[in-house]
Ligand binder design. Structure first.
Ligand SMILES: NC(=O)c1ccc[n+]([C@@H]2O[C@H](COP(=O)([O-])OP(=O)(O)OC[C@H]3O[C@@H](n4cnc5c(N)ncnc54)[C@H](OP(=O)(O)O)[C@@H]3O)[C@@H](O)[C@H]2O)c1
Length: 316
């Protein structure tokens, strides 16, 4: 009887697409520490929207495993300002990477989607089977639709060609290497930046949007890297897998934590004329837990370590 090859053999050469990003950099560190050879290309060396260049690179590099952590990523403001870029760049990267990986006979691939693929009013905690059961949040619909196309693309390669390709849907991620740009950052680095600037400018007050009551889930990028590796080692099914910590926190509590970490002693004012967004967003992580994954980084430690990283790198 022949047995299928291991899903992630210790000798596997892994191409991490997007290795300078938040997830890609954490994954590159983790896989390297686990003894894998990690192949990387910067965007200047290879624009993944270019199908010919991507196919040629993959044909030459011949990775055993590919993790697609390259994408156009941003917060609400960036998504609503550049919806065409969020739709087109992500579709183009996905098309050229998946087609190129198939042509280069890459048998194992992990595609990263996002929790925003789920309907705006999905039942909480959100299970993977909530996909395509209702309307999306309008502000990031183009990005979400590109990611949904990616999930279907991965499933289709599995179905038509027997590829052992999988998809993961991460919750909000944060960590060293995060984007602190005030226009394009996600909520956590955005808060760190706001409070840091308030301390540096001697402000007595920080005004934040909404009521502070919405609840969100956050996972450190080092835990994300461990989760990706656990999936590559053990998961081989068409359905996506949620990746999160299984716990959420009110934005007001998060703001208090960020104030403490940055040393802000002033007032936090909630501008309730601004929208709150979805009241709660928490992923059901039962499927991931069954693979034995548990997050290791507590939120308070992770926020401190992310802030420390930014202080060391903000001028470079
Ligand atoms: N961050 C989150 O909270 C979060 C949450 C859920 C899901 N995700 C998903 O996780 C994945 C990784 O996200 P991330 O936060 O690590 O993103 P990130 O920090 O913005 O990194 C994305 C990486 O992709 C590269 N890239 C983008 N377009 C490219 C292109 N055309 N050619 C080559 N490289 C390109 C970027 O290169 P440059 O550095 O040169 O720009 C960057 O290194 C994405 O699929 C994202 O949707 C992220």
């Amino acid at each position: 009887m022949t047995t299928a090859p291991a899903l992630l053999p210790p000798s596997a050469r892994v191409y991490v697409a997007g290795h300078r990003g938040l997830v890609g950099s954490a994954l590159t560190r983790y896989l390297t520490a686990e003894g894998h050879e990690v192949i990387t290309r910067t965007r200047a060396e290879l624009d993944l929207r270019d199908p010919e260049a991507t196919a040629a690179f993959l044909r030459d590099a011949r990775p055993d495993v590919l993790v697609l952590a390259a994408a156009k990523v941003g917060g609400i403001m960036a998504n609503s300002t550049w919806p065409v870029d969020f739709l087109e760049d992500n579709l183009r990267v996905q098309l050229s990477v998946l087609a190129g990986a198939h042509a280069a006979d890459v048998d194992r691939l992990l595609f990263l989607g996002s929790s925003c693929i789920y309907p705006k009013h999905a039942e909480q905690p959100i299970r993977e089977d909530a996909l395509l059961t209702g309307p999306l949040e309008p502000t990031n619909e183009p990005y979400a639709l590109a990611k949904i196309a990616g999930i279907s693309h991965v499933r289709s390669y599995r179905h038509q060609y027997g590829r052992r390709w999988i998809s993961a849907m991460p919750t909000n991620l944060y960590g060293p290497g995060d984007n602190f740009d005030p226009e394009t950052s996600h909520v956590l680095p955005g808060l760190l930046r706001r409070f840091h600037d308030a301390v540096a400018g001697g402000s007595e007050e920080v005004v934040l949007w909404g009521s502070g009551t919405p609840r969100r889930e956050f996972l450190h990028s080092d835990d994300m890297a461990r989760a990706c590796t656990a999936l590559l080692r053990a998961y081989d099914e068409p359905d996506p897998v949620n990746v999160g910590c299984g716990e959420d926190i009110a934005i007001a509590e998060l703001a208090a934590l960020v104030a403490e970490v940055t040393g802000f002693g002033g007032r936090i004012v909630w501008d309730t004329s601004r929208p709150d967004g979805t009241p709660r967003k928490l992923l059901d992580v039962g499927r991931l837990r069954k693979l034995g994954f548990e997050p290791a980084v507590a939120l308070a430690d992770g926020v401190r370590d992310t802030y420390r990283w930014w202080l060391e790198h903000k001028d470079s």
